[in-house]
Design a binder for this molecule. Structure first.
Ligand SMILES: NC(=O)CC[C@H](N)C(=O)O
Length: 187
């Protein structure tokens, strides 16, 4: 079997090595591209796209246009982490609100019927590092995890291709096991 490849889009996250390692530990190879240099189309060599957390804020849809176009027009599974999820959601009409700054482990309730959560319990403890929050899932998406802090801790497109997590799944055991659910389903 050929080794799966994941295209990791670096949106200037502080934790790129940890994010790559998660997928490499599941047997995938990773290639990194910066958010402003993404290709217009995948050339068939990547089985998934992962969007890292952000530095430039997710509501700058002009800055992220090439990335948004790639995500929405490709037909491979996509996982947006933290600001990466926010970029996708905002591009589809969701709104962000400034909230309490969360840094560290926080609990969320997840929908166990989702394949993404096969390897975790209904309450997960995951690592957060952000101050912006999605107020609701945009049209074409639904929230598949929530907490007292936020109505959208995890997001999925109705067609089951695009996923998002407000938490940084490159940290903590539950983060790894949620990415395992994604890798096992798609890679
Ligand atoms: N860590 C991140 O990806 C940050 C996301 C976003 N800029 C926020 O502050 O909420």
């Amino acid at each position: 079997m050929t080794q799966p490849r994941v295209l990791v889009v670096n949106n200037k996250t502080l934790s790129l090595p940890q994010l790559r390692k998660r997928f490499e530990d599941f047997g995938a190879a990773t290639d990194v591209v910066s958010s402003t240099e993404v290709p217009a189309k995948l050339n068939g060599s990547h089985q998934a796209i992962v969007l890292s957390g952000t530095k430039v804020r997710a509501y700058d849809t002009e800055y992220y246009k090439p990335l948004i176009d790639l995500v929405m027009t490709s037909n491979v599974p996509v996982f947006g982490i933290c600001g990466g999820m926010q970029i996708i959601a905002v591009s589809q009409g969701a709104e962000l609100a400034e909230g309490e700054q969360r840094v560290g482990g926080h609990d969320a309730e997840v929908d166990k019927s989702e394949a993404l959560f096969t390897f975790v319990k209904p309450t997960v403890t995951v690592f957060h590092r952000h101050t912006l929050y999605l107020q609701a899932a945009p049209a074409g998406f639904k929230s598949i995890g929530r907490s007292d802090h936020a109505p959208v801790e995890f997001l999925r497109s109705d067609d089951g291709r695009i996923f998002g997590s407000q938490a940084h799944l490159e940290f903590r055991d539950d983060g790894r096991e949620i990415l395992r659910g994604f890798a096992q389903t798609f890679l």
